[in-house]
Design a protein around this ligand. Structure first.
Ligand code: SMG
Ligand code: MG
Length: 369
C-alpha cells in the first residue's frame, strides 16, 4: 500500500540553444510542467511533454496543469493504494489528457522504484546500458545552414539524422544532405503536413534511401497512411497517430506504418509505452524512442524506455547540449560512439538540481492530502 501525500507542480522554462522550426511553427524556448510526487515511502519525478501551444497535440501546458490540479491529482491523493498497478484505473474515468496522465504515472512509478531501490531500466527488462542516439534537425532558412548543422552533429557522433520537412522545403534539402553524406542513416519528419495529393514529393523522397518517413499525413489518419505505404518502398513511421497500444495494433493491422515512434509522454506514460512496445515486438515492428525536447527528467525516463529490447533503431535522445545552455539535471552527454548511457540508479536515476530548478520555475502549486 502506497499513499500519495503531496504533489508539487511547477511550470519551468528554459531557453533553447537555437530555435527549433518544424512544419507546425518555431519554438524558441522550452516550457513544461514538472511534478514531484511525495509518497509515504519516497519521492518521484514526472515531466509533462505538453508544450506552450496545442500544436503537436491537443494538450498544452495550461490544459495539463488544469487536468492535474482539477481531476488527476485529487483522485491520486484520494486513492488508498496509489501504485503503478492502480494508477491507470484511478485515471480511467477521464478520456484523453494522456500527457497530463503520463506525468503522474511516471512520477508514481519513479517513487515506487526509488522506494524499492530498483532502476526503471531493470524493471522494464532493458537489455542495453547505453542507447544509440540520433538528432532531430529543425527547418533552416537556407540549405547551407542545414548542411553546417548536420555536419556539426555528425562530428559530435550522432548515428542518425532526422530532418524536419514541410511542403516546399523538402526534396531538394533532403537530397542535398544525402549527397553530402551518402552512407548515413537519414530520415525525415513532416509532423502531419502533407496529404495523399503530395504523392510526387513522396516518390522523390523514396529515391533518397531514407531510413523512414515519419508522420507524413494527418495526425488522426491511419487509412491514407496505409494507402501511401503501398505506393512507396520507404518505411513509414507513425508518431502523432499512435496514442495507445490499441492505435498501434490498428496501424499495424491496416499496414499504415512499418515502424513506430514511441514517446511515453504522448501515450499516457511508461506503462502504456511498454504495452505499445510489446504489441510492436509481437508483430515484428521495430520501434524507437521519440523526443519532445525534454529536460533531464524526461530524458532519463526516455533512456530507460529506449533500453527495452524492441528499441532497435536510433532514438531522439540527444545530449542536453543539443537543447539547453543548462539542463535541470546533471547534463546528459553523447559518448564519442554516438550512444548515451542509461541511468541505472533507483527509479529514473536523476533528480533536478535544486538551484537550477528554482531559477527555472515560473509557476507553482501544491496539492496535499
Ligand atoms: O527531443 O530531440 C527531441 C526533438 C525530437 O523532432 C523531435 N520531436 O515530431 O518527433 C517530433 C518532434 C516533436 C516536437 S516538435 C516541437
Ligand atoms: Mg515526430
Amino acid at each position: 500500500m502506497t499513499r500519495v501525500l503531496r504533489l508539487d507542480l511547477r511550470l519551468v522554462g528554459l531557453p533553447l540553444v537555437r530555435p527549433f522550426r518544424t512544419s507546425m511553427g518555431v519554438s524558441t524556448r522550452k516550457e513544461c510542467v514538472l511534478v514531484r510526487v511525495e509518497t509515504d515511502e519516497a519521492e518521484g519525478w514526472g515531466e509533462c511533454v505538453a508544450d506552450l501551444e496545442p500544436d503537436y497535440s491537443a494538450e498544452w501546458n495550461g490544459s495539463a496543469w488544469d487536468a492535474i490540479t482539477t481531476f488527476l491529482g485529487p483522485a491520486l491523493l484520494a486513492e488508498g493504494d496509489a501504485s503503478s498497478a492502480s494508477v491507470e484505473r484511478v485515471f480511467s474515468p477521464w478520456r484523453g489528457n494522456r500527457m497530463a496522465k503520463a506525468t503522474l504515472v511516471d512520477a508514481v512509478l519513479d517513487a515506487e522504484l526509488r522506494a524499492r531501490g530498483e532502476s526503471l531500466t531493470s524493471v522494464l527488462g532493458g537489455d542495453k546500458d547505453a542507447v544509440v542516439c540520433g538528432v532531430s534537425v529543425g527547418i533552416t532558412d537556407t540549405t547551407d545552414t542545414l548542411r553546417e548543422q548536420v555536419d556539426a552533429y555528425l562530428a559530435e557522433g550522432y548515428r542518425r539524422v532526422k530532418l524536419k520537412i514541410e511542403p516546399g522545403i523538402d526534396v531538394e534539402r533532403v537530397a542535398a544532405i544525402r549527397a553530402d553524406h551518402p552512407g548515413i542513416l537519414l530520415s525525415v519528419d513532416a509532423n502531419a503536413a502533407y496529404s495523399l495529393a503530395d504523392e510526387d514529393v513522396f516518390r522523390a523522397l523514396d529515391d533518397l534511401g531514407l531510413l523512414m518517413i515519419e508522420q507524413p499525413l494527418h495526425h488522426e489518419d491511419l487509412v491514407d497512411h496505409a494507402k501511401l505505404q503501398t505506393r512507396i518502398s520507404t518505411d513509414l513511421c507513425l508518431d502523432e497517430s499512435i496514442r495507445s497500444a490499441a492505435d498501434a495494433r490498428a496501424a499495424i493491422e491496416l499496414g499504415s506504418c512499418r515502424i513506430v515512434n514511441i514517446k511515453q509522454g504522448r501515450v499516457g506514460g511508461m506503462l502504456e509505452a511498454r504495452a505499445i512496445h510489446d504489441v510492436c515486438v509481437t508483430a515484428g515492428v521495430p520501434v524507437w524512442c521519440g523526443g519532445m525536447l525534454e529536460t533531464g527528467i524526461g530524458r532519463a525516463t526516455n533512456l530507460a524506455l529506449a533500453s527495452m529490447p524492441g528499441f532497435t533503431l536510433p532514438n531522439d535522445t540527444s545530449a542536453s547540449s543539443r537543447y539547453f545552455p543548462e539542463d535541470l539535471t546533471d547534463p546528459f552527454v553523447l559518448e564519442p560512439d554516438g550512444t548515451m548511457r542509461v541511468p541505472d540508479g533507483p527509479g529514473i536515476g536523476v533528480t533536478p538540481d535544486p538551484a537550477r530548478l528554482e531559477a527555472a520555475t515560473l509557476r507553482r502549486e501544491t496539492l496535499e492530502l
